[in-house]
Design a binder for this molecule. Structure first.
Ligand code: ADP
Length: 935
């Protein structure tokens, strides 16, 4: 009975039961078990059939499992052998249910497994777990993006509703928006089609009846859609919806925070299925209320923050907040942009790090002032990232928050502003310097003529202080006689168009009372807003005026001179081939009026011969002046011009060529009548020619006569020599000696006269034969050596080495010149010495120029006599003839001979000390010598 009772009880139990016996190996360790008995619930739960398993080993029934679950066998063996009770949960996939499995041993080696369905409990539990999980998720939701759809989907799952709508209320609470809708997507689509509008993001008006209904409590139940929306939707539509979608109970769960309704979940249950998740829903919506309200608050805060940031970023400068230790704790975006530092870097910044040197000191002082007085301002160079600097102007105020002091303010980058200011200052300074340095005074007067401005140079130029005249009328400094015209011109300017310019001259009063003539230029700038007056500049032209006056006077003077001069003064423009001026004396010169003369061409005014001369002169001078050769463009020439009556007159013209002011070449000339001079010259020439002819005839005669005299003289001297060798008394011998000496002297005189006459009559011709300078010198010295020795004089001679040995010329005439000079030297020297030397001056083109010197220590020549030495028949002292003898022809002949030899003769002499006679001559040399010298 008992057994049956239990058997029935177990068989009828919804819990599954299975009884097993454990099988152990020889060591007593469990390695298998046998199914003894199972009930029908077990069969249902496990899907095993009683007849298939009872009496069988588990290793046979579920070979795979048993192997895998050898640990389970151990587990069961332990309970079967050692007793005790164990429990665990097992999920049967096929049934999709949870079971609590209890294992216990009713008897050694036996164990029972009991299966109790815990699916429901398990479900509730997992619901709670899920709720906690969702809550946690909700709490962690990023306020910026609550995923309303996900929240609603979760909620739908928890509550087991068919559809759900998530409504959020507006701030005023008067309307709400459906932010999400959950449920079968296809059905929802269909519903929306029927409704004719989209549910998602649909805005609804709050319905007062509905509002009244949901007033109390968190959860409000509506039995039908009609009850919920009967006021907002047409009833037939509601009925249709209810039918089509099988809509049952509708539950509205408010989302509250501090009794303020933020929104709701509207759950639509399937017909016949009631809502029973009140606690869960309440919990969920409370959590959500917290999240939403937090999100809203944060939204507001975030908006506020964005607004403040935008505000701070819109400040034109960089904003900063430093704490009392000088650490930068807040700043705006501009601070990062302007300094180039990242927020990270700025957070490490201190006030002191921005500035250097003197700036650092000033900024520190300003910061200190801010903390002390509440306000401060400073201008300094702020060092930004990369080492560059910004010139900043910063003001700071003290900020007291929660008992702590801060220093906040805005810095402005005024680098460009300072640069601009500096540039402006420079320009102003430059303008000032320019204004004070130009030679014009600049002034501005208003429309009433009152002086508004004077440039500083008025002091330097007219003696007035810069501001002394400001406020006075411009007429106050004008000369009484000039005021009228000045005022007239001023009025004209005032009433004229904008920017009209006038120029005028007037007498301007200096500070010292004197007047200067000024030239003034004024412009009407009344409409120019910067000037708004008449701008004028003026400068002193007194000196220029004076110079002009002087020029006029001097022009007048020269005009008078020109007009009244007896010479004709004229100007010929060569570029235009026209006379531009002829002085009136032309009438006197050529019998023409000025007008007649001006109309003449150059050709008309000259004889054909003179035209040639003049044209040549013009050509040369034009060339010189155009090519700027530096040759003096001035010439004087004698020309012939026609007189009015057809005669020709001689005229001397002096002409100066130059460019005139127009750039034309013109010549200014002076013409003088030289008719009388020409006549005198002609007479003189005639007389000269006559005299020369007479002189030449005389020379000719003398030459002939000398020759004629010399022939009988030679005869006479020959007879004397014959007479000398006859037997004579001593007395006779003496007479003959004297006769010989006298005849020698006479012969010398005759020779001189002959030579001279020959030269004068141009009958003297030079020979061309070879010359040995040493021989010539030797012979010349030899002639005077006896006399020199007699007088006890030393005679020396010297020939420079580089003189060619072989030369060609006239040795006889060269010796004549030399012997004459040596003879004179011996003659006029009583003691001392005579030195003769020869040197080469030049050698060019086979022609050698030699210089001879004959130097004595004799009586010398007085300076006033030197000039006449080389003229014929001249002796320094007439007594010389008596004392020293001689004709006074020697030096004259020598000069002529030297000239014939292309040379010159001159003397240096000092009375009582001696004389040096020099002469040069040109001789030819032979090729051979030149070649030799070159090598
Ligand atoms: P003369 O035949 O009279 O010497 P010159 O023509 O040779 O004629 O000389 C002219 C004059 O120059 C000489 O009379 C002499 O008064 C002066 N005279 C020439 N040579 C010398 C000399 N070496 N020393 C001083 N007087 C000289």
């Amino acid at each position: 009975m008992h057994n049956d009772f239990f058997k029935h009880m177990i068989d009828g139990s919804s819990a599954g039961y299975a009884c097993h016996r454990i099988i152990c190996d020889e060591k007593g360790i469990a390695n298998d078990y046998v199914f003894i008995e199972v009930n029908s619930a077990y069969e249902t739960i496990t899907g095993l059939i009683r007849s298939d398993i009872v009496g069988k080993k588990v290793s046979d029934v579920m070979p795979v499992i048993s192997k895998c679950e050898s640990e389970d066998i151990q587990f069961y063996g332990d309970i079967a052998i050692n007793g005790g009770k164990r429990e665990f949960e097992h999920y049967f996939e096929t049934l999709q249910r949870w079971y609590k499995v209890s294992v216990y041993s009713p008897q050694k080696y036996y164990f029972v497994k009991q299966y109790i369905d815990i699916t429901k409990e398990k479900g509730q539990l997992s619901e709670m777990e899920r709720l906690v999980e969702i809550s946690e998720e909700l709490l962690q939701i990023n306020e910026q993006n609550i995923d309303y759809q996900k929240v609603l989907d979760d909620f739908l799952n928890i509550c087991g509703a068919k559809y759900a709508v998530f409504n959020l209320f507006g701030d005023s609470g008067e309307n709400f928006t459906s932010v999400a809708i959950s449920g079968d997507k296809g059905i929802l689509k269909k519903a929306q089609e029927m409704l004719g509008f989209k549910l998602e993001n649909k805005s609804w008006e709050q319905d007062p009846v509905r509002l009244d209904k949901i007033k109390s409590g968190t959860i409000t139940r509506f039995h039908s859609l009609k009850e919920l929306a009967g006021y907002s939707l047409p009833l037939p539509l509601i009925a249709l919806l209810e039918r089509t979608f099988n809509i049952g109970e509708i539950v509205l769960i408010k989302i509250l925070k501090n009794n303020i309704m933020l929104g709701d979940f509207t759950l639509i249950m399937e017909r016949g299925k009631g809502f029973d998740k009140d606690t869960v829903a309440e919990l969920f919506t409370r959590q959500l209320g917290m999240v939403i309200s937090r999100k809203r608050a944060e939204d507001v805060l975030h908006q506020e923050k964005l607004f403040t940031e935008a505000l701070l970023d819109s400040i034109p400068g960089y904003l900063y907040v430093y704490d009392e230790s000088g650490r930068l704790i807040r700043w705006n975006k501009k601070h990062e942009e302007m300094t180039g530092y990242t927020a990270e870097e700025l957070s490490q910044m201190t006030l002191a790090k921005w500035f250097e040197g003197e700036d650092a000191t000033r900024v520190a002082a300003a910061a200190e002032e801010v903390f002390r007085t509440g306000y401060g301002e400073v201008e300094a160079d702020l060092r930004i990232k990369g080492g560059n600097k910004l010139h900043v102007l910063s003001n700071g105020v003290r900020l007291n928050i929660a008992g702590k002091s801060y220093f906040t303010g805005v810095g402005l980058d005024i680098t460009q502003q300072r640069k601009d200011e500096e540039e402006l200052r420079k320009i102003e300074a430059k303008q000032k310097t320019m204004i004070s340095n130009i030679s014009d005074v600049i002034t501005i007067v208003d429309k009433d003529g009152i002086i508004q401005y004077k440039s500083p140079n008025i002091q330097k130029l007219f003696g007035w202080n810069q501001d002394e005249l400001v406020g006075l009328s411009y007429l106050d400094t004008a000369h009484l006689e000039d005021k009228d015209h000045l005022q007239r011109e001023f009025n004209e300017l005032i009433f004229s168009d904008d920017r009209t310019v006038i120029n005028t001259e007037y007498r301007y009063k200096n500070k010292n009372g004197s007047y200067s003539v000024v030239e003034l230029t004024a412009i009407n700038l009344l409409r120019n807003p910067d000037v708004n007056g008449i701008l004028a500049n003026y400068h002193d032209i007194t000196d220029r005026k004076r110079a002009n006056e002087a020029l006029k006077t001097s022009e007048e003077k020269y005009r008078l001179i020109t007009e009244n001069a007896s010479d004709v003064i004229w100007v010929l423009n060569l570029s235009k081939n026209k006379y531009t001026y002829i002085s009136p004396s032309i009438l006197h010169l050529r019998g023409l009026t000025v007008e007649e003369a001006m109309n003449e061409s150059l050709e008309d005014s000259l004889t054909p011969e003179s035209l040639v001369v003049v044209r040549d002169a013009i050509a040369i001078n034009m060339h010189n002046i155009i090519n700027n050769t530096g040759a003096y463009s001035y010439f004087i020439s004698e020309i012939q011009q026609p007189y009015k009556n057809g005669d020709f007159i001689w005229v001397e013209v002096s002409v100066k060529y130059s460019y005139n002011a127009d750039g034309d070449i013109e010549c200014v000339g002076v013409s003088r009548n030289i008719e009388e001079r020409k006549k005198a010259e002609a007479a003189l020439l005639f007389a000269k020619n006559k005299a020369e002819a007479a002189s030449s005839a005389k020379s000719q005669f003398l030459a002939n006569m000398s020759h004629e005299i010399r022939t009988p003289m030679n005869g006479f001297m020959g007879m004397m020599q014959l007479l000398e060798i006859t037997p004579l008394t001593e007395e006779q011998k003496e007479y003959i000696r004297i006769s010989k000496t006298s005849s020698n002297i006479l012969l010398a005189v005759i020779n001189d006269i002959l030579d001279y006459s020959k030269i004068e009559a141009e009958m003297m011709e030079l020979e061309k034969t070879s010359i040995h300078i040493s021989e010539v010198l030797h012979d010349a010295v030899g002639l005077s050596l006896l006399s020199a020795t007699k007088k006890g004089l030393i005679v020396g001679s010297f020939i420079e080495e580089d003189i060619p040995i072989k030369l060609i010329g006239d040795p006889f005439r060269l010796r004549q010149v030399l012997s004459n000079l040596i003879g004179n030297a011996v003659k006029y020297t009583n003691r001392g010495r005579i030195d003769i030397s020869v040197r080469k001056v030049s050698l060019l083109n086979k022609r050698v120029k030699l210089e001879f010197e004959v130097k004595d220590t004799g009586i010398g020549i007085p300076p006033d006599k030197i000039d006449i030495l080389f003229k014929s028949f001249n002796q320094v002292d007439n007594s010389n003839t008596r004392k020293y003898g001689g004709t006074g022809l020697g030096l004259a002949i020598s000069r002529r001979l030297v000239e014939l030899m292309e040379g010159e003769i001159w003397v240096y002499s000092r009375e009582g000390e001696g004389s040096s006679f020099y002469f040069t001559c040109v001789l030819e040399t032979d090729d051979f010598f030149e070649v030799r010298r070159r090598i």
